[in-house]
Design a protein around this ligand. Sequence first.
Ligand code: ATP
Ligand code: MG
Length: 417
Amino acid sequence: MQTIRGFRDILPETIRLWQKVEKEATQLFEAFGFSEIRIPILEKTELFARSIGEATDIVEKEMYTFEDRKGDKLTLRPEATASIVRSYVQHKMYASDPVRKFFMTGPMFRRERPQKGRYRQFYQIDAEVFGIDSPYIDSQLIFILHELFMRLGLTGLFAHINSLGCPGCRPAYQKALLEFLESKKETLCENCLRRMDKNPLRILDCKVIECKGALVDAPSTLDHLCPACTDHFETVKRTLENQGVDFIVDKTLVRGLDYYTRTAWEIQTTTLGAQSAVAGGGRYDKLVAELGGPPTPAIGFAIGFDRLVEVLEQIEAPLEKPLDLFIVSLGETAVEKAYLWSCELNRNNVRTELDFRGKSMKALMKRADKLKARYVLISGENELAQNTVLLRNMATTEQVSLKLDHLVLDLIRIIKK
Ligand code: ATP
Ligand code: MG
């Protein structure tokens, strides 16, 4: 049996990096006042269709959607924002305090073409802020990403930022865009032509080379922002500059989800080839109301956890976690005693192993080497007869004889030194 295409096991060898990222991210989020939230993996299809948008790649072709036994249409979550907004509205969180900050980590599902950095089950670290429309929050979220990547020792990352405007400036922009698209009709792919009526903005994230070429000179949202959106964006940029966060204004960045307003961004790396986006985010000031809550500004981002780990793998040597102690126990009595000692040591955070397979002294010493044990405890019939064991420091090859009375305490003292 094999995993399904685009799904993969994350094996113990790389888990250390996943844990490291999660630990750093959690610490950072907590310091910035975020609380962890956990949301279901399965939601009603309608939630994603309505929030992400009917004419987006995710909703049109990437969702894992099925009917359950009662015929309800359900979808494995392709992203977290929609569910977190649902939760905010469902629990009327706005009533007691509209300002909320959440983070979460977990698997997402999109049926895309699998390749390096692109999986059908992948993981995101997600953060969302509700109830604040100030541009300082936009800068702060980008700053948090910048800080996290610094703490992880990553360089060569760039924030690409853009402003998508608000419903006030959108119609004028849409008109200019449509006029431009009309002039390019000959070159655009069928999918783009279909989207011209439904959702022209989405044409800007078409991946077809010919379309990309035709769209180079497409009008930019930045040229159509209303004064309030312009001010907002100016403050975001100024604040990032003041904080020393590297960014470039990328007027082609529109992001593949319909709910974005104003600031949108992507963090890109030069080291991952085609799948260069390690995080993406943006403001979505209309979504809470669209999903039945009171008008509430909101903003968030998602980090591509798998891709982040792939970048880290390029710069971090795998860390070997050496064993503290290996017990070479020869004979049934010795094994029984060794088992009890090892449990006691493990309970006290001394990483101890023994082998139960009745192997020879030579084979057991080999195993101790393989496990990179710092110490080896030798407990054979002879030693036990004298109420002693031998402890060998593998680095110095020094050996000491230890009495069985207080053995565990002595071992803890020596090994933890
Ligand atoms: P891309 O342009 O690479 O398809 P996206 O815009 O679809 O990314 P978002 O929905 O913004 O991605 O998700 C945020 C992050 O999640 C991305 O920047 C990326 O790092 C990661 N991500 C998205 N899809 C996948 C996937 N199929 N496999 C692995 N990581 C992914
Ligand atoms: Mg995508």
